[in-house]
Design a protein around this ligand. Structure first.
Ligand code: MG
Length: 383
């Protein structure tokens, strides 16, 4: 694959100085069902122009990352600088890498856009490129007790990673300044009086170093942990007729249920449960009996529409449970068909649907056989 390694990445995930037994470094903590470092790796692995990914890790952290696909593990050194140098030497050994992007493992929210900006700038011939954002806070210098002066915010930037470099230039500087210590790779270019270009970073591309940062990172997946429950309740009265419809199944009876459409009280309750789970009001708001659009429609349309809305928002039904309450007709022999028909209407497994039937022991309006009530609960999850 010619050109595939024009742009490779070194992800710096720790060095040999780290003590794993005290506390697990942030990059190996779970975040939305993956380790922080896995999100970071994915951002680069999914980028069409990024070739090899070198992950620099402390030797005793290898157990965290050994099963991650598509990465080349490199052992870190005593300092960040040494760790990067180990990664660079490995990249050079590869032979065909022209540019290298060096990135912190604890910046999992690096976007395609930020990577694009760095790559574009390198393509334009720049040898060192760093993403940066303007500082919005006023920055003051202090001696620890008092303010000494206020800095000119217009000239100040907060810098991020990935920092992009021509591989031959950065390795040369790393080897040359091996004895000196520097906190950031672009500083080498500054020391050598070489140009460092800035590109646009993003506030979202923040570094997770504190507990507070970790909490902020979790908020970046607002719905991922969400499980939603909704409940629905509906009642329809009997009137003259020749059978009722429950969960789309026609059940012989000497009366029918009153209502516009097919008066499927069970599916109305389920529709309301789904709408409830996704915060979409109630069935009356969506399918008003005054709205000609829905006049004469079967309840399957309401149910399907409600679930389509849920899916549009990224939710799927985990399970739904319906209770139908009436004295008559007897529903025992129809429950199986109702379950099947509900599962088909929603396009979900029958095992995820449950239908129950009960009476009120002849008490109240249901006991007097004036109508049928139904309750439903729907459990939805963000996928
Ligand atoms: Mg109704």
């Amino acid at each position: 694959m010619t050109g595939k390694n024009k742009f490779a990445t070194i992800i710096v995930s720790g060095g040999s100085g780290e003590r794993m037994n005290s506390s697990i470094p942030k990059q190996y903590l779970p975040l939305n069902n993956k380790m922080v470092v896995e999100h970071t790796i994915e951002a680069f692995a999914n980028h069409p122009e990024i070739g090899k990914i070198f992950l620099v890790v402390a030797k005793d952290a290898e157990r965290f990352v050994k099963d991650i696909p598509n990465i080349h593990i490199v052992y870190g050194g005593k300092t960040r600088q040494e760790s990067v140098r180990n990664g660079l030497r490995e990249a050079v050994k590869n032979g065909d890498i022209e540019n290298i992007l060096i990135h912190d493992a604890v910046r999992p929210f690096v976007s395609k856009n930020i990577i694009d900006n760095v790559i574009t700038s390198l393509k334009e011939g720049n040898k060192a490129v760093i993403p940066a954002i303007k500082i919005s806070d006023t920055i003051k210098e202090s001696d620890g007790n008092n303010i000494i002066r206020t800095l000119d915010r217009e000239k100040l930037y907060s810098v991020q990673t990935p920092q992009g470099f021509k591989l031959d230039s950065i390795i040369e500087l790393h080897e040359k300044f091996k004895k000196e210590s520097f906190s950031d790779d672009s500083l080498l270019f500054e020391n050598a009086n070489m140009e460092v270009k800035i590109t646009e970073g993003s506030k979202n591309n923040f570094k997770i170093t504190t507990e507070e940062d970790m909490a902020q990172a979790e908020k970046m997946f607002p719905q991922s942990l969400e499980n939603r429950i909704g409940q629905g309740y509906d009642v329809h009265a009997f009137e003259e007729g020749d059978g009722i419809i429950l969960c789309g199944i026609k059940i012989p009876y000497h009366r029918k249920l009153k209502g516009h459409s097919d008066a499927d009280v069970a599916w109305h309750a389920l529709t309301d449960a789904i709408l409830g789970a996704i915060g979409e009001g109630d069935i009356g708001e969506h399918f008003s009996d005054k709205d000609d659009r829905w006049r004469g429609h079967d309840s399957i349309e309401f149910l399907k529409h409600a679930y389509a809305l849920a899916k549009e928002k990224g939710f799927v039904i985990i399970n739904a449970d319906i209770t139908i309450i009436c004295e008559e007709p007897k529903l025992f022999e129809h429950k199986k068909d109702m379950r099947k028909s509900t599962s088909l209407a929603l396009g979900i497994d029958e095992q995820r649907i449950n239908i129950k039937a009960t009476t009120t022991e002849k008490m109240g309006f249901l006991g007097r056989k004036e109508g049928i009530a139904a309750q439903a609960i729907a459990n939805l999850a963000y996928k």
